[in-house]
Design a protein around this ligand. Sequence first.
Ligand SMILES: Cc1cc2nc3c(=O)[nH]c(=O)nc-3n(C[C@H](O)[C@H](O)[C@H](O)COP(=O)(O)OP(=O)(O)OC[C@H]3O[C@@H](n4cnc5c(N)ncnc54)[C@H](O)[C@@H]3O)c2cc1C
Length: 507
Amino acid sequence: MLLCKVLNLFFYGFVLKSDCIVVGAGIVGLAIAQRLVSQGLKVSVLHRSYDEGGMASYAAGAMLGAFGEVSIESATPYGELELAFRVEAARLYPDWIKELIEEEKEVLIRSGTFLVANAYGRNDSKNLAAIETALLNYKEPYEVVGKEDIAGYLPSRGMELQRAIFIPGENYVDATKLMALLKKRLTAHSACQFFDFLVTGLIYSDDGEVRGVEVEGGQRFEAENVILAAGVGSSALYENAPHHVKSPKLIPGKGVGIVLQTDMTFSHVIRSPNRHFACGVHLVPRSDKEVYIGATNRTASCPGTSPGASVEEVHDILHEAVHEINTNLESANILQLSAGSRPLAVDSRPVIGKTNVKGLYLATGTYRNGVLMAPLIADLIASEIRGAPIEKWAPFSPGYAERRPSAEDFKKLIHAGAEGIASFLPQPHGKLPYNRENELRDFLEVLFALALVDKASPGFTEEDLSQLENLRREAKELVSDRPMIETFAQLFYKFHQFKQLENLKKR
Ligand SMILES: Cc1cc2nc3c(=O)[nH]c(=O)nc-3n(C[C@H](O)[C@H](O)[C@H](O)COP(=O)(O)OP(=O)(O)OC[C@H]3O[C@@H](n4cnc5c(N)ncnc54)[C@H](O)[C@@H]3O)c2cc1C
């Protein structure tokens, strides 16, 4: 690698100039570089190749899940806008692949996704209903199917199907092969050069415009346009920049996927709807004897966020795939474990387009859908560089004025957070008995409200605040009156009842 860097500098001199610098060679960076060279621009791609182990793009199952990603939580204006974005991206994908493949024989895009809902996934049925509504709204064909229609579907007892649909137009790819093809095309193109360097900072002109980047060792690369497509690594480059870049911070959503070798035949993707912070359990057919199963999602400061695949993550994926998709997967061989960090913006929206600092563009925040979004993002960045604004998707641009979550969302946010934890905690072994998942959700929701809510909290009325204050006082009195462990069981049910009463009043 060192030799490669020395050669890079020997051949290209101390300052290398191009029209555009793309930082990052994941699926997003490669798609952008490909679009830019196809428009006659000279492009330098800077990336740290030794970091492939942590790249999101190599860990991705690579479902092009425009509709499969819909959930009850995405029924917000921004959720709807992102759905429209995913649908547009999904519809342009086949042509984009055709443009890349030319004479290649390899089939890079395959079609068809089964969405299966069972009682194990706490909100599977509700999420599947939301998906069907979206499919109807977009007039996207789908059909309701039975378990016998799903090739390779054999869940274990207790994981029986409740409802399944087949979406013939929901496609999938093999991201590793797709990136290899993109790299091959770009490497062969005279207008594109790859440099294996860690980018450490941006360089500016005297009037504060971005003019290039600096890499480890202090060498400089110059260009009029710098596109940060460095996944979750983008944030470090713009957050501490001397000229303030308006954009939400990014956090890593670390995920693990597993490639298995098996003789079983799976004709299409089989997946659950999204579940508790992740994209549910899914199986993606790869080559004849290989399937991908995934995936986990661990955001900053949860256990399992250290690099690599943890026992808990692998256990979780294997448990769900074997019990919920096909019990015969127990005898499949594990070929590969991969882990990568999804770039998640703190307002949960993609971050695409030019920034307030001239010359600097961001192409990230793709979270669970970067493989799907890559070609559309590439088109949008290329348009902006040509001077055409991307009005339709302005809410995803880095400095968009309303990028913070809207005011009335805080109450819903606490509810959804508690719901997610109540759904996540009993997995992968199963359900809590009786009504305890709901009781746990209510308990957590009230605890979060007691800990986090104050006068400034959007969505909470004076009455809400005074009820919370009364509850806090009663809880404290109870504990000082009866300082014994049994009191905590009482508190658990007291908080659940408080939430139930609040729900009754709402009706
Ligand atoms: C387990 C898992 C499953 C997923 N499943 C799907 C799916 O089914 N469908 C889907 O559409 N999406 C899926 N995703 C999400 C998708 O993978 C990401 O949204 C997407 O890959 C992000 O691509 P990227 O190019 O922005 O980032 P990455 O792939 O992370 O690439 C970042 C690049 O930037 C480079 N870099 C970072 N910092 C620097 C620096 N300072 N200097 C130089 N180079 C730098 C890295 O070396 C790398 O080349 C999944 C993700 C995971 C983890």
